[in-house]
Design a protein around this ligand. Structure first.
Ligand SMILES: [Zn+2]
Length: 211
């Protein structure tokens, strides 16, 4: 099992490296967490938010699923894993920021573009049907690059759906919660941020955080 052994090697590095260096931080985290930020990203192995944002333990409450989607608010039926995590982050942890991060070359987005009906992916088909309205908009727009257009439209959809949750809308209205849309372009390692007023994404310049 060389793949699992590789994980154990990583654990050894963690114990002797980062854990050892931040032992005091870990001790304080043992009593609880108060992350100021929630990040909703894709499961894709290339887009780990903790790596891209270089976060510290306890800094970000991270939820990952296929194509970084948020369902609309609904109380009936089904097991609402995403909604449960969102409810916990907002109403119990009182996060002050929620970042939805989409990415380039997303397999979930490709699946949505490929249409439904593949018997081997029943769960994925039902999940990515959340993108149907976005898919219609992308098709109607005649976008040159429908993959990228749907990746971006999917982020807008998740932000819209976040606002269908009363506890999100209330806090955003009161100014105690801020929502962000980001897009990570894998090929060049660049991050883009959605300007919701303009409706467009702009690349975040390196060193922007310092200004
Ligand atoms: Zn993805």
């Amino acid at each position: 099992m060389p793949e699992f052994r590789a994980l154990l090697h990583g654990y050894d590095r963690f114990r002797s490296g980062r854990y050892e260096a931040e032992r005091r931080r870990w001790a304080s985290l043992a009593t609880g967490q108060a992350p100021p930020v929630m990040i909703i990203g894709c499961c894709d192995s290339r887009v780990d938010p903790a790596t891209i944002f270089d976060t510290e333990p306890g800094q970000a409450f991270i939820l990952r699923n296929v194509a970084n989607l948020v369902p609309t608010y609904e109380q009936g039926g089904g097991l609402h894993g995403v909604s449960a995590a969102l409810e916990f982050a907002v109403t119990k942890l009182n996060v002050r920021h929620i970042v939805v991060m989409g990415h380039g070359a997303c397999g979930g987005i490709s699946a949505a573009l490929g249409g439904h009906g593949d018997p081997d992916r029943t769960f994925i088909d039902r999940w990515i049907a959340l993108l149907d309205p976005a898919l219609e908009r992308v098709r109607a727009s005649g976008a040159e690059d429908p993959q990228r257009a749907l990746e971006l439209e999917g982020i807008r959809t998740s932000l819209d759906n976040l606002r269908s949750f009363p506890f999100v809308a209330e806090r955003e209205g009161a100014g105690t919660l801020k929502l962000y849309g980001c897009y990570f372009a894998i090929a060049d390692g660049r991050l883009w941020e959605l300007d919701e007023q303009a409706g467009t994404f702009r690349e975040i310049a390196e060193g922007a955080a310092a200004s």
